[in-house]
Design a binder for this molecule. Sequence first.
Ligand code: G4P
Length: 534
Amino acid sequence: MTLEQEIAKRRTFGIISHPDAGKTTLTEKLLLFGGAIQKAGAVKSSKIKDHARSDWMEIEKQRGISVATSVMGFNYKDIKINLLDTPGHQDFAEDTYRTLTAVDSVIMVIDCVKGVEMQTEKLMEVCRMRNTPVICFINKLDREGQDPFDLLDEIEEKLNIKVRPLSWPISMGKTFKGVYSLYEKSLKLFTPSKTKVEEAIEIADIADPSIDGYVGENNAKQLRADVELIEGVYPDFEVEDYLSGKVAPVFFGSAVNNFGVKELLDTFIKIAPPPIPRETTLRAITPDEKKFSGFIFKIHANMDPKHRNRIAFLRVCSGKFERGTNYFHVRQDKNIRFSNATAFMAQDRETVEEAWPGDIVGLYDTGNLKIGDTLTEGEKTTYTGIPSFSPEIFKEVINKDAMKTKQLEKGLLQLMEEGVAQLFSYQLGNRKVVGTVGALQFEVIQFRLKNEYNATVEFASQNIYKACWISSKDPKKLEEFLDSKQRHIARDKDDKLVFMAESKAWLQMVQDNFPDIEFHFTSEFKENDEVASR
Ligand code: G4P
């Protein structure tokens, strides 16, 4: 097959949801369709439930599971689908944000009872930064949920995206009858089943009297009224609007009953984008360029503490990746040969000889690779759009064993390279502050530093609201600012300047007092980007 054909048959995507909306269940059903697993229950949940908060074995086990299920590749109707798993637990949100940089589209699962939840809102913000195309799957229709029109309004309002239903539920909960496909003009009747797939019933027209026979007169009447309203209120569905991230098509179903999933998958392979061009510091690179390029979006380290092994996850962006070839590591300005490369097909890992744009390859690494690194065939350019976001919780690292300072430094560095948390080093006093999205990370870091590096640390709470990456068009003004705020200035992992703001009100005041300084909540910004909101 040619490079163009390989690209055309690939779809790389992620499923996002608030915990418990049904991401794991939907993943499993998709894998069943792809023939990647044989029976339900084969996909281990990659969530860490609350009761597991201080259960270290659980954390380690989850790390193991999350390597196994990080990327699930399967074939469906001649399409090679790469499904990237995103951790459900919100304390691992940073990991999810990074994974989203490696996908071309997402499916968002929403629980029809709970509606749009907080975690979904945050994840959607990340999708919007890159105009990632989104398909919504409203799940659990076998339960009494909210009115479907209200759900659509809530999505538009809270997620700030236009929606277009492509299927419509007929009743809900105990009286759930099925869905009408507005896209294919067919009816699917619901019978609870974990594996059976309903055949679609072709309907010539919504006025077709046979609908009454299938779902009852009242339901048929309601459906006709709903469809009329939808067609009056929502503009026709244009694939272009979906691809540019402006409109999210919406499907209704019940993942656990395998209802509406096949329809979702069939539409997904029709409309979801194959690998798309990506920006680098020099230029946009298109997938069909002959020369290979890709970037690292995730690192898993020390699965076996006796061997310092790491797996770096590489997203292939252009050309063909070949095992055993020398590739150019842009940040280190040197060539590296990867003789050990893994493909992810369902839960099996197998050695891969070649990979194409959209594919994810696991590279065994001895410490050369960091998240955000670019590999090319020689071009000195770096993929952008893999920013760090300001953490939410900050704590100072206190070394409790002065004899193990070296081990601590090494351990901290490696954990940060793996993306477990962010480290901010203060200019003054050599203080080191770790920033995370959730509290659980501090327990993970403390445990892993002891277990893997024999270093003992404690954490001291810090009164910090946000880390703001700073810049200014005027170097003199920047210098003045740094002098005046010395105590609050730190450097991030890439040596970028960060202002550690203590409170929202104080940040506002500082912004007002230093109008020539720009404050950003992400590490990657262009001069005219939106700055931290005042
Ligand atoms: P997550 O990965 O998004 O966190 O959610 P997950 O798939 O684990 O689903 C959360 C719970 O919701 C599970 O129940 C799952 O069975 C249930 N669920 C998923 N889809 C549907 C659906 O369409 N209808 C209904 N009624 N429930 C659904 P659980 O009790 O937490 O776990 P389990 O013991 O059933 O596995």
